[in-house]
Ligand binder design. Structure first.
Ligand code: ADP
Ligand code: MG
Length: 239
């Protein structure tokens, strides 16, 4: 469970998040929408302790991101998938997936490799575990990125525009993998511009603009009974 209370974030004099309060229930799928520069990436990076908040609080399973001793625990429970994959170029796909479970969770190497091969199989890359990122397409690299996140058995998965840097014809495979995760008990928080996808899988939708959370409701209300004209127009343009 993730709870944000009055979160502020600034970079120098630039206020990037203003008084954001929101709640993510366990197992829920939330799509975060909004224009570029709205603070969406910053928000999920703050949840994952990749950025420090300036005010307010974020509590993940009862632990505050402000508590330095809680950071590792929070990061174990919240895995992140990045827009630009951020795979280690010198490691194979399999090594990218097994590194953190071995080094951070101190799991047995053989067990972790078996799990990693299962994950690669699940995303349709069973034969590519020994490839380096440069030998994989963008869509394949991103599926490895998702495996790497899942290998930590996270309770919460944070996905930041995971299809925006890959070829349109490669996005379907990546979205299929994410769709399969929805409803499996993992909490999904996905920043996305894939509006039809969000409509299909999200339980809740949040809309951010200028560092503020301007809407947060169940998906049905957001898409079908949107009271803000401005948000409807933005959503229509994304189709
Ligand atoms: P979004 O993901 O919605 O496009 P971001 O969270 O990436 O928005 O960025 C929100 C604002 O914060 C933007 O104005 C961006 O330029 C600024 N910003 C993001 N990261 C940094 C940083 N490390 N230093 C300074 N400004 C940043
Ligand atoms: Mg972003």
């Amino acid at each position: 469970m993730i709870e944000l209370s009055n979160v502020d974030k600034h970079y120098g004099s630039l206020q990037v998040l203003s008084n954001v309060s929101m709640h993510f229930a366990d197992g829920e799928v939330t799509a975060i929408l909004g224009p570029s520069g709205a603070g969406k990436s910053t928000l999920i990076r703050c949840i994952n302790c990749l950025e420090a908040i300036s005010g307010g609080d974020i509590v993940v399973n009862g632990k505050s991101v402000r508590d330095k001793r809680a950071v590792l625990d929070i990061q174990k429970q919240t895995s992140m998938v990045f827009q630009h994959f951020n795979l280690y170029p010198h490691l194979t796909a399999l090594q990218n997936i097994t590194l953190a479970p071995i080094k951070v969770l101190r799991k047995n190497k053989a067990d972790v490799e078996a799990q990693a091969r299962g994950l690669l199989d699940m995303v349709g890359l069973a034969s590519k575990g020994d490839r380096h990122p440069a030998e994989l397409s963008g869509g394949e690299q991103q599926r490895v990125g998702i495996c790497r996140a899942l290998a930590m058995n996270p309770q919460h998965l944070l996905l930041d525009e995971v299809t925006s840097a890959i070829d349109p014809e490669m996005t379907a495979e990546v979205l299929r993998v994410i769709e399969e995760l929805a409803g499996t008990g993992t909490t999904l928080i996905l920043v996305t511009h894939e509006i039809e996808f969000a409509r299909r899988i999200a339980d809740k939708v949040a809309f951010m603009e200028g560092g503020k959370l301007v809407a947060h409701s169940d998906a049905e209300t957001f898409f079908n009974h949107q009271s803000e004209e401005r948000i409807s127009r933005f959503v229509d343009k994304m189709k």
